[in-house]
Write a protein that binds this ligand. Sequence first.
Ligand SMILES: [Zn+2]
Length: 321
Amino acid sequence: MLDDFNLEQNIVYKILINSVKNNKYSHAYLIETNGYSKGLDLGIAFAKYLLCPNSYSNNKKCGSCSQCKNIDKNEFIELKIIDPEGQWIKKSQLEELQEIFSKKSVLGNKKVYIINKAEKLNPASSNSLLKFLEEPEEGIVAILITENIHQLLSTIVSRCQVLSLKNKINLDNFSTKEKIAHYLSNNKEDIENFINNEDNIVKIEKVIEFIKYYEDNHLNTLIYINKIWNEIFKDKQDIYNAFTILLLFYKDVLNLKLGKGVQIFTDYVNEVNNLEEKNNLDEITNKINVIMDLREKIKFNVNNNLLMDKLIIQLGRCDVK
Ligand SMILES: [Zn+2]
């Protein structure tokens, strides 16, 4: 039950409890796990809190009514949990959900759907979800759970109340490479592999060099793109990671612009400073959106040369004053 999280996730716990008590719950929550392993459990506990007639009406700590029991058995039709099917969450899964939820509620006045590993939404399912979020229906609550908020479309994030769970690890004193490893994955083995592979520091610096080159040369970067990018980042995972590093770098530029200081590229403060001076707030946020949108396309079989041409041209549009 939700009370189980009172100690470990006190802030989020209080926000959720109060939103229901005051009948001011959101139509959509986005729970950012930050490496906390019980994010899905928390999501289900909250769904139970919303759906159980006892905890809702008189704040009893239920768990034993027929609704609660059916939820435990995953047999409660007004709660749907979506997990990735294979590599991605598919559009058909979202369509099926909308079909089920379009029927009138049988048991109560609320329906909840949980999207677990929301970073696995692909462009098609992201768009389906976006339509669903844009026209919120009375009584339907979405709970998205993600290990990596940076992989979600900004348009989805902006429609959700974001709840950030407490991370066990404080990244403050980590190197840039270690921080990036934690942003790329929450899997311990993946993180260690990334940190231990010496090539990755080279790759991080190649991304920074690319950014510097682009910011100095703009569209002329197209001529040298093979040398400064295509010959270095070849397979899909490499390109995806490189785009994430690109994204994190511009986000750090934004952090600096907003007075929050450099958070990830702490080993490259001068480089972040230079870019912050060259870009105004609109330029930075537009560039972040361009990179996020194009990064989504990497999940499909996009041609690498074409992808980079698009990136440079679209970044160029952000720079037109
Ligand atoms: Zn109950």
